[in-house]
Design a protein around this ligand. Structure first.
Ligand code: NDP
Length: 479
């Protein structure tokens, strides 16, 4: 199967007729071809977006909202097809695609379709000066959205929905590793009546197609989710062009467990926080710190639960852990397990590839738990982004806080405790953009989302995203 770029409401082959293979992670076979787009394709997408902007930016909020909500409804009515496509393209269990990825993509459009009707700007009466200041928040023009492979449609739409809700036109690129649901989105947008050129989707490699979006002198803002290294590279290009930048990058998130927690709830959720989506969620709690008094018990109970996880073909409804996204990624994750062993890490379970009958070339890896004795080791400092977690005991709150913060990342953190004072102390001091207490991944789309330190710059979500995708203009009138 060949997919095409979506430009000006129509589907096009890449101008140079260059194509990339698309692999099915469940069996390692090529099952499709995607455009290897050049800067000319990006330019065509830009021209379409630029032409659409004057009319779209003047479209009433009611009308924009109606179209976004229609896209959301169409995604919901095509849930099964989208979920099957996502699961095949990414390797994630179908149950996860059906319950999380596609419903959330639909919700992104519904949420921002509603949010834009409530978005307001400020006014300030300058008392004593007979003047009033007010702020216009105007759409920026053409903006770029670049997203990764782990939650393909979920993260792609997390950017596109607020960008178009705010009145911008978009040139977007999904990861070339998982382009399929973004391709399907084009038809949904046409069916929902999104005017041509408002959203343009260009497929291809990050280093060429993505780079062309970032380098484009008239694309005014870039919303990027991906690895920290790529984020640094993009920031260097975008800074001298004075582009607005939102960077959602990697994480190495602590999961801190105190002995006074609700143990059963913690155990169940910690398994999810460790291995959901094969551990390929930027918010996964990959460093588990357990209070020494319950460490032994936790170790036995956790390993028992992890061993019960069913690794299997993504399309099987009972699969808990599917295939990793690519061969290269599987090899990278395996190499980190070897590094951990050399650093005296003890593999308590997993650590090996899994062969599934009839799908011998699929990218399956057993959920892996590694016991370590220091936070300074590579496996606890670098993002693995796979079904691998570490665990170690701690004795005091001060000690665990120090270890939790002693990484370059600062995306999310989880704390398990029923002690309110401790909760307040830790949440005040943890260096993370998102902190969950006695839960994980409970998301409310109104909240600011993003990371500190090497986990990114800026916040998306709720009105923060609408602020990002608009330019604030202050007007002062003396009367
Ligand atoms: P990458 O940084 O490799 O890629 C992300 C996107 O950027 C892809 O579409 C990629 O294209 C593109 N890209 C790569 N190079 C360039 C470039 N020079 N210019 C423009 N675009 C480029 O990340 P992954 O896809 O490997 O995703 C995994 C990473 O994403 C992890 O580090 C994870 O933590 C992070 N992430 C962060 C989240 C957050 O909210 N903070 C959420 C989810 C993931 P292509 O793939 O086609 O090369």
């Amino acid at each position: 199967m060949k997919i095409q770029n979506y430009i000006n409401g129509k589907f096009h082959d890449p101008i140079d007729n260059n194509w990339l293979d698309n692999y099915n992670p469940s069996n390692g076979q090529v099952y499709g071809h995607i455009p290897n787009s050049s800067s000319v394709d990006v330019e065509n997408a830009y021209i379409a977006a630029k032409s659409a902007f004057p009319s779209w930016s003047q479209t009433t909020l009611d009308e924009r909202s109606r179209i976004l909500i229609k896209i959301s409804e169409l995604l919901e009515s095509n849930l099964q097809h989208f979920a099957e496509t996502e699961s095949k393209d990414n390797g994630k269990p179908i149950s996860l695609a059906k319950s999380v990825d596609i419903p959330r993509a639909a919700n992104n459009f519904r949420f921002f379709g509603n949010a834009i009707t409530q978005f307001a700007s400020e006014s300030h009466e300058s008392i004593g000066h007979d003047a009033i200041n007010y702020t216009l928040r105007q759409p920026m023009g053409v903006v770029g959205c670049i997203s990764p492979w782990n939650l393909p449609l979920y993260l792609f739409t997390w950017k596109i929905a607020p960008a178009i809700a705010a009145g911008n036109c978009v040139v977007a690129k999904p990861s070339e590793i998982t382009p399929m649901t973004a391709f399907l989105l084009g038809n949904i947008c046409n069916e929902a009546g999104l005017p041509k050129g408002v959203l343009n989707i260009v497929h291809g490699l990050g280093s060429t197609t993505g780079q062309a979006i970032v380098e484009h002198p008239n694309i005014k803002a870039i919303s990027f989710t991906g690895g920290t290294k790529t984020g640094i590279h993009i920031a260097k290009i975008a800074a001298p062009l004075f582009k607005k930048l939102s960077l959602e990058l990697g994480g190495k998130n602590p999961n801190i467990i105190f002995s006074d927690c609700d143990y059963d709830e913690m155990l169940k959720t910690t398994v999810l926080a460790s291995f959901s989506n094969q551990g390929q969620i930027c918010l996964c709690g990959s460093r588990i710190f357990v209070e020494a008094s319950i460490y032994k018990k936790f170790k036995i109970d956790f390993i028992e639960k992890v061993k019960q996880l069913k690794v299997g073909h993504p399309s099987n409804e009972t699969t808990d852990v599917g295939a990793l996204v690519s061969k290269q990624h599987l090899e990278k994750v395996l190499s980190y397990i070897e590094i951990a062993k050399k650093e005296n890490g003890i593999v308590l379970c997993g650590g090996n590839k899994i062969v599934i009958k009839d799908y011998e070339n699929g990218y399956y890896l057993a959920p892996t738990v590694i016991e370590i004795n220091t936070n300074d080791c590579k496996i606890n400092q670098e993002e693995v982004f796979g079904p691998v977690v570490t665990m170690m005991p701690f004795n005091t709150e001060t000690e665990v806080l120090q270890m939790a913060n002693a990484v370059k990342y600062g995306l999310s953190a989880t704390i398990w405790t029923t002690n309110l004072k401790r909760t307040m102390r830790l949440t005040n001091q943890l260096q993370a953009g998102i902190i969950w207490v006695n839960t994980w991944m409970l998301r409310d789309l109104r909240t600011p989302f993003g990371g500190m330190k090497a986990s990114g710059v800026g916040r998306e979500g709720g009105f923060e995203a609408l602020r990002f995708f608009t330019e604030a203009k202050n007007i002062c009138i003396k009367y």
